[in-house]
Design a binder for this molecule. Structure first.
Ligand SMILES: NC(=O)c1ccc[n+]([C@@H]2O[C@H](COP(=O)([O-])OP(=O)(O)OC[C@H]3O[C@@H](n4cnc5c(N)ncnc54)[C@H](OP(=O)(O)O)[C@@H]3O)[C@@H](O)[C@H]2O)c1
Length: 340
């Protein structure tokens, strides 16, 4: 890569889009210009970019002319419609949506886990970034799988509303204010049940068999990331009334035994992980890790109920950072350095 790149961001006014623009600036990504592409709702609105005001333009098929690298942060239908056309015209596309995550011709990449897969990006011109849940699990499970093998993984995740986008944040605010004003929830609807002061064990649509689309997708994404197509895995995702971040409880059965103390050493040295497991029981929470680039891990302990003895651990992350915007910026940095 020599010169600065012409970059596009689709969905710049969304939660992930805004974080992405901030990170491109903070990390001094080599962008000569950044084209902001949105809907009729936001086209014409101004966004502050590196101290300048830039206008959002309407996303059209021609909007990618001359664009070398495009980030798609606008959902699966927008990606399905525009990403292949942009890629066919020579734009390298990095998509955050679920649209291409299981497409065998599109690499699904978390640099700490499978950076080698980036080499396949030219096949379709598109790279997919996993859900925040699969990203965090990939970063944490990757080093354990490499060391002792994984037999079975059981995950319960507690997800804030930001992982459902900007409108979901508004829904939690409204419901909370309504209830605190003794008005009752006037307009439920964004979530399957009331979310304020509640826990809802449904993220995504319920599928036959009882799992949700999100839970099933996470399993497949983690298997793809770790290149373990036969990994036994079960996920339960719970929506909780926090705005940002997510936390997970993970139970693991490994192929060969690994004591908690050894696992802690491994995780402390692994890239992208911050271990908060000092003696005395340190652990991270979503509030405390807001704004952090790392996947935070704590409460690493032996699980004697598994055979051979397994592990239980706790994870917290800022889903906007490594779970979304940071992962795609890291991918873009490697593309810009080695591939474009
Ligand atoms: N939130 C997370 O934690 C997270 C984590 C990993 C991946 N992701 C993925 O990242 C993507 C964005 O998520 P988000 O949380 O930022 O959602 P969001 O806050 O709802 O923002 C969605 C953005 O998409 C834009 N958009 C929708 N339809 C469009 C169209 N037809 N043309 C152009 N722009 C369009 C919207 O534009 P306007 O502003 O113009 O309406 C908005 O800016 C989704 O695919 C999501 O699955 C999110």
């Amino acid at each position: 890569m020599g010169a600065e790149l012409t970059v596009a961001v689709v969905g710049p006014a969304g939660l992930v889009g805004r974080e992405l623009l901030e990170l491109l600036e903070q990390r001094q990504f080599p962008a000569g210009s950044i084209r902001l592409l949105g809907t009729l709702r936001t086209a014409g609105a101004e966004v502050e970019l590196a101290g300048r005001k830039e206008k959002i333009a309407l996303l059209t098929p021609q909007a990618f002319d001359g664009v070398e690298l495009a980030f798609f942060a606008a959902g699966p239908s927008v990606a399905g419609e525009h990403a292949p056309r942009a890629a066919a015209a020579g734009t390298a596309v990095i998509d955050l949506s679920s649209r291409f995550r299981l497409d065998p011709e599109v690499p699904l990449v978390v640099p700490e886990v499978n950076v080698g897969k980036l080499g396949d990006w030219r096949e379709r011109g598109i790279i997919a970034s996993p859900s925040s849940t699969a990203t965090a699990l990939g970063v944490v499970l990757g080093p354990l799988a490499a060391k002792v093998g994984l037999r079975r993984v059981v995950v319960s995740t507690y997800q804030g509303v930001a992982s459902a986008g900007r409108r979901a944040m508004g829904a939690l605010s409204r419901e909370t204010v309504d209830l605190l004003n003794a008005r009752g929830v006037r307009r439920p609807g964004r979530f399957p049940r009331r979310i304020a002061f509640n826990c809802v064990p449904q993220v995504g649509a319920l599928e036959p068999g009882g799992s949700t689309t999100h839970e099933l997708l996470v399993v497949e994404e983690v298997r793809r990331l770790l290149d373990l197509p036969g990994l036994g895995m079960s996920v339960t995702a719970v929506r909780v009334p926090i705005f940002f971040g997510a936390a997970f409880c993970v139970n693991l059965e490994t192929e060969s035994p690994l004591a908690a103390a050894e696992a802690a050493v491994l995780l402390r040295e692994a890239p992208g992980i911050l271990l908060e497991d000092e003696s005395g029981g340190g652990y991270p929470t979503p509030v405390e890790v807001a704004g952090s680039d790392a996947i935070h891990v704590g409460r690493v302990r032996d699980d004697a109920s598994a055979e051979p003895p397994g592990l239980t651990l706790w994870i917290a992350l800022d889903t906007m950072r490594k779970g979304a915007a940071l992962n795609v910026v890291q991918i873009a940095e490697i593309l810009a350095r080695d591939h474009l």
